[in-house]
Design a protein around this ligand. Structure first.
Ligand SMILES: *Cc1c(COP(=O)(O)O)cnc(C)c1O
Length: 435
């Protein structure tokens, strides 16, 4: 399969090139040249299949031309060492829990899959050099990427994070790992971290010497595996008798996760419509109302993984629908959710239905709870474990949240990080010692 750029000015790329480059030469996002449609029998029998079987079928359709079946099987198995169950919340809303991975965030699947694809490419490349992954993080991405790549041969990860600005649990998730993971504690904010990573990618001298790549959600290797969730979620809703008129609701920030859901529909998944749930960052919501896409600075909210003012995957969504606003709004509606409403929903859903949402899932619940038509049922993505947002959730509900053992275990390790100034000169000196 070849990948083309959404900007249309770059040559087609192989999967290997698209994964290692991240962005195309024209700064567009890579898209698969064609989206394969899976056969009717797959959808007829999907409710009898395991998550692995479903994911392997989807992975074969997307990556089968580029990765041998045995290797793909191994990659899928290693990636999905946990389940994503649907928990019925109300009679017509099932929560698809995407947070059972090692860092309790849905980004684990994309990060793990990408790490293993890179391992495959380094093993089968004439270029013996290590691949260096640079990732700037305000919290969740760094932990998912660091854990996803931990111990993967041929790859080293450098996580840049703003000193004093990530939660203690998140910091432990990428500073205590060791092995091929290095945390760089930058004396600055998230934007400074991102600027350092950008400067490194623009530094011709560096990029010609080192094999550098990024692991943010613009990477097709992180984006496409997220589609597995939606097939598996559909299968479970079918078992519950709720898949007839399925509404898929995705709490969205950079719109990578919902983009994977839209791709699943293109592959034939019977989804009636989608809801993109936002917090107070409502750029895409406004686009859906007006047809005008106007990026703006993000505002901080309780659902901070969705604090995005210019969602990078919007370009892919426009591309999928040929820039046709009517077609986009026929498939996708939006919603916004204030911090005040997030707190109310956290409490209400817990007390009325006995289900504890996290602040991101709360935006999703708010988006569909009063907005389902007759006969519709919603598959609501719960993107993070509520314990990750312990203070917010406890303050809203007055009830205590238990920290899962897996999360607590990170707090035991010893923090190790490299202090870094926010000037590129410092970072460059660090990078110059790498090979
Ligand atoms: C990353 C993230 C999101 C947003 O996902 P996008 O693919 O960027 O839209 C939502 N919730 C949580 C918990 C996340 O970590």
């Amino acid at each position: 399969m070849q990948y083309y750029s959404t900007n249309g000015q770059a040559p087609l790329a192989s999967l290997e090139k698209a994964v290692i480059r991240g962005l195309a030469e024209d700064r567009g996002l890579y898209m698969p040249e064609r989206i394969p449609v899976l056969p009717d029998e797959f959808y007829e029998n999907i409710q009898t299949m395991t998550f692995h079987e479903i994911a392997l079928t989807v992975a074969e359709a997307l990556f089968g031309e580029d990765i041998p079946r045995k290797e793909l099987q191994r990659i899928v198995e290693e990636t999905l060492s946990f389940d994503c169950p649907v928990v019925p919340v109300t009679r017509s809303i099932g929560a698809l829990e995407l947070f059972h991975g090692p860092t309790l965030a849905f980004k684990d699947v994309g990060a793990r899959f990408m790490a293993r694809l890179l391992r495959h490419f380094t093993q089968h490349s004439d270029d013996p050099r290590t691949i260096h992954v640079l990732v700037a993080t305000s919290g969740d991405t760094g932990s998912a990427v660091a854990n996803g790549f931990l111990g993967v041969e041929g790859v080293r990860v450098h996580v840049l994070y703003p000193k004093g600005k990530v939660s203690p649990i998140q910091e432990c998730q990428f500073t205590t790992l060791g092995q091929n993971i290095t945390a760089l504690e930058v004396d600055g904010n998230f934007d400074d971290c991102q600027a350092l990573v950008k400067s490194a990618f623009m530094d011709g001298e560096l990029t010609s010497r080192l094999r550098l790549t990024s692991a943010n959600s613009i990477n097709v290797a992180r984006l496409l595996p997220q589609s597995f969730y939606y097939f598996h979620g559909y299968a479970q809703m079918k078992r519950l008798g709720l898949a007839g008129q399925l509404v898929v609701c995705v709490p969205s920030g950079n719109f990578g996760n919902i983009c994977a859901a839209l791709i699943a529909k293109r592959m034939g998944l019977p989804v009636k419509r989608f809801v993109a749930a936002n917090n107070a960052n409502e750029v895409f919501f406004d686009y859906l109302q007006t047809g005008q896409y106007i990026p703006r600075p993000s505002v901080p909210t309780l659902a901070n993984a969705m604090d995005v003012g210019d969602p990078s995957n919007a370009a892919r969504i426009f591309e999928l629908y040929g820039n046709d606003w009517n077609a986009i709004t026929a498939d996708i509606s939006g919603s916004v959710c204030s911090d005040e409403r997030i707190r109310e929903v956290l409490k209400y859903c817990r007390e009325k239905y006995g289900y504890q949402l996290d602040p991101h899932g709360a935006c999703g619940f708010h988006a569909v709870y009063h907005n389902l038509g007759k006969g519709e049922a919603a598959l609501l993505c719960e993107t993070a474990h509520p314990a990750k947002f312990k203070d917010t959730v406890e303050a809203a509900t007055g009830a205590e949240i238990e920290i899962p053992a897996r999360l607590a275990a990170f707090m035991q390790g010893e923090k190790q990080s490299v202090p870094m100034g926010r000037d590129y000169a410092d970072f460059k000196e660090y990078l110059s010692e790498l090979q």
